[in-house]
Structures are given as C-alpha cells and as structure tokens.
Write a protein that binds this ligand. Structure first.
Ligand SMILES: Cc1ncc(COP(=O)(O)O)c(C=O)c1O
Length: 446
C-alpha cells in the first residue's frame, strides 16, 4: 500500500529506480523509452553527467540562500544567459519553481504593470479555449480546459476565452489557413471590444498548444495579427512556452517561428530538463521599466525563488544544449519523426491528424476519418493506449478531451533532444503496436 496520494488512487504505478539517456528502468528491471520526456520535461534525457556534475558542485558550495537576503552567482549567470538568448526586448528574468508559478507571476506582473502606469481599471484576462496554463487557481482560471476547471469554477477569477488556433478542428473547408487565422484574430478583437479595450490587461496563449489539445501549431500569420491587435489596444501579450519552449519545437523559443515577441513569457519544463524544479518569467523592457520607475519592486515572492541548485541544473542544461548543437538535432529528428509518423499513421483508419513541430508532435485518434467523429469518451481510448505503450516499454503522453475537455483523444510525443533515428524508429514501432492493440480492445471499433 502507498502512503503517497498518487495521481490516480486506484492505479498501481511501477517504481522508477534509474534513468540514463532516453531510458528509465523500474524496480522489476523493465526498461522504458521515455518518448515524452515525462510531460515534455526531460529534454536531455536522464542522468546527464555534465548536468549532474554542475549540480553537485553547486551543492558543495551552497544549496540555498533566501532571495530577500542574497542573490547568487549561479542565478545571475542563468539570468544573463536567458536574457542573452531571450526574445528581443527581454530585460530581466524572474525565477520560480515550475510552470504554474511562472504563469501566476506573469499574471500578477501584467496587472501590476497597469497599476504602475496609471491604468488600474484594467482587470480582464483573455485566454483561449482548450488551453492549459497550470493547476494553481490563477493559471487554472486563464486556462480553457473545461474538465480541469469545472469543479473549481466557483473559486476562479473571472476570465474570458476565445477559440484556440486548432487547424484540424477549427478551419473551415472553404478557408485558407491564413483566412482562418484572420477570423480568429477578429474573434479576439470582438472580445476586446465587448469587454472594453481599456479594461483588458492581457491576452495569454500557448505558442504551440500542448497537453490538452496535442501539439497544435498556429497557422501562419495568426500570432502576428494577435500581436498587432494587442498593440492597437495597449494590451499585453503573455506567451506560455512552459511546454513548447526551450528548444522543443526546433528553435529555443517557439515564438521565434512566429516572428513576434511577447511582453511576458513563461518557461519551465525544458529550462531545467527535470533535473530540478524550475520555471521563469522572461520580462520585457517596458514591464521592467514601469516597475523600476514606479514602486521599485514586483509585489510577489516565494521561498524557493532562484533556488541555487535548480539554477545550476538549468544553466548546465542550457549550456549542454548549445555545446552539443542539440537544437539542430531537434530539427533533424523532428523531420524524421514527422516522416515516420506519416508512414505509420498517415493512412490509419483511426488517426485523423498527425501534427506538431520539432520534437513536439501528436496524433489525434478518431472513430471515423471522414467525419472526424471521436471515440466515445467513456472508452478512455487514451488511457488504453498509455497502458499498452507502457506494457511495450514506451512512455508517451496520451490525453482525452482533445476537442472540448470531454471528447477526443490524442497522443503527444516529446522525446529528449538527444534521440537518434534508430530510437525514433523504435518509438514509432512500439507506438503503432500500442495504438492498434488499444483500438482492438475497444468493443465497437473495426
Ligand atoms: C503550457 C503549460 N503551462 C503551464 C503548465 C504548468 O506547469 P507545472 O505543471 O510545472 O506547474 C503546463 C504543464 O503541463 C503546461 O503544459
């Protein structure tokens, strides 16, 4: 019996005992390929010696110093590093311990910015349906996943949501991708007008939608129109790159491929690669200047801000990614992954869409390809796929409720940046078998 309140109480989890490279081993000695980096976290895989050495060295010097007393050399170095490689206009970095904390901090920074600059009447956040920004109350409120929000709805701050940029489900047959993006930008504009442009603080979006919808990349031009709409109304743009950022899509920041820069950006998972819990907000110049010239502080804080051990791990992860040219490998293996997914699932009766960027890709399962009808959510196809994959020594990240929080199933792949072609081939082989076995176990599927 476990005394740990596990994610699912009825489920019995294997005990993970060791990790090396792209593999994790459980206590029975069974080996798993980590083809999802957990939840798009382990960008360098497991047990990377250079990262561990940097963390050991930091631990020998100093494990912890509270940020109201001290800064540390390692936090300063990581701050320099992230600003130097951040989106243009990045001024400072605010360190936290994970993705939800980064989103909470970004929301409060955005609100404080308007208090500092004399527009305290701004109070609304606009997010997108089917988005995920974390499970703390503020992050849950701006998120658009109905299932996750439902029972906590009475506790959530008032937020507003517009459609996700979800080409497979949202683009009409008579539209080009660009026209679809334009329609979405107009929907945002209409929402801003409805609320009153002077009452809106920020629009928040995942650059590439991750966990809840499965690697939905924006159509060309969408984010440029979003940026332009926000600018016209003096509204801030917060990008959530907690999952899709830090190299996962083939560029350090996913927004580089959109040709835009946010005012605030949340990063986390790939920042520390799972070696330590760390997240951060990349703060744009105008936000920092408003704080510096105004109250002189950001009114926030947590005990573990800028934890030295976490900073040492994250700094080493980022240095290894550059030293070993791993973003080039993300692009190269991403292309191979796209090709292999296409070969295995392109004509599959029950795969409606293969999508994503770099090493951040997904397949969406359908009961019928022509109508895009989903499987009955009661069948929990996603859970069956996860079980079949684990049985075959493969970790992938399947999720249900792909379309609206209830209907739809997808499988997200986010292998470590160190993956090679042979490993990608094995991942596809095991995933194909797992998907087929899961579908065969569903009563009515043919
Ligand atoms: C896009 C996005 N934002 C925020 C979060 C929350 O991050 P954390 O689980 O580290 O709090 C996640 C986690 O999956 C995420 O995918």
């Amino acid at each position: 019996m476990t005394r740990v309140l596990q994610r699912s109480i009825a489920h019995s989890y294997p005990v993970a005992v060791r990790g090396e490279g792209i593999h994790i081993w459980d206590a029975t000695g069974k080996q798993y390929i980590d083809a999802s980096g957990g939840a798009a976290v382990s960008c360098l895989g497991h047990g990377h010696r250079d990262v561990l050495a940097a963390m050991h060295a930091q631990l020998d010097k100093l494990a912890y110093a509270h940020t109201s007393f001290f800064t540390t050399q390692v936090a300063e170095e990581l701050g320099e590093d992230l600003v130097a490689h951040g989106p243009p206009g990045t001024s400072h970095v605010y360190f936290v311990s994970g993705g939800s904390e980064a989103i909470e901090a970004a929301l409060k920074m955005a609100r404080q910015y308007f208090v500092e600059t004399g527009e305290p009447e701004r109070r609304h956040f606009i997010g997108r349906k089917q988005s995920y920004h974390g499970n703390t109350l503020g992050a849950l409120a701006v998120g658009g996943n109905e299932w996750r929000r439902k029972q906590f709805a009475p506790l959530l701050i008032e937020t507003h949501h517009v459609s996700a940029c979800f080409e497979y489900r949202g683009k009409r047959a008579d539209e080009t991708p660009r026209q679809y993006g334009e329609r979405l930008a107009q929907e945002l504009e209409a929402k801003i007008e409805e609320l009153g442009p002077k009452t809106v603080i920020a629009f928040i979006a995942e650059t590439v939608g991750g966990a809840t919808a499965g690697a939905i990349a924006p159509v060309e031009g969408y984010f440029k129109r979003v940026r332009e709409t926000c600018d016209r109304h003096g509204i801030l743009l917060i990008l959530d790159e907690v999952m899709c950022g830090m190299g996962r899509t083939g560029t350090l920041h996913a927004c580089e491929q959109e040709g835009i820069t946010p005012d605030l950006m949340a990063i986390a998972k790939g920042l520390g690669g799972g070696f330590a819990p760390i997240g951060a907000v990349l703060v744009g110049h105008r936000i920092f200047e408003a704080f510096a010239k105004g109250s002189g502080l950001f009114q926030h804080g947590h005990t573990y801000l800028g934890h030295p051990l976490a900073c040492a791990g994250a700094l080493a992860v980022q240095q290894v990614i550059r030293r070993d040219h791993l973003l080039a490998n993300v692009r190269r293996q991403g292309e191979h992954l796209t090709r292999r997914l296409g070969e295995r699932f392109g004509n599959h009766h029950h795969v409606g869409d293969v999508r994503g960027r770099g090493l951040f890709q997904a397949i969406e399962l359908v009961a019928d390809r022509a109508s895009k009808a989903t499987f009955d959510p009661k069948l929990k196809l996603h859970a069956r796929i996860k079980q079949e994959a684990m049985a075959r020594g493969l970790m992938v990240y399947p999720m249900g409720g792909t379309i609206d929080g209830v209907n739809g199933d997808h499988v997200l792949l986010a292998p470590p940046f160190i993956v090679d072609e042979a490993a990608v081939d094995t991942i596809i082989e095991r995933l194909g078998d797992a998907v087929d076995a899961a579908i065969a176990s569903v009563p009515s599927a043919s």
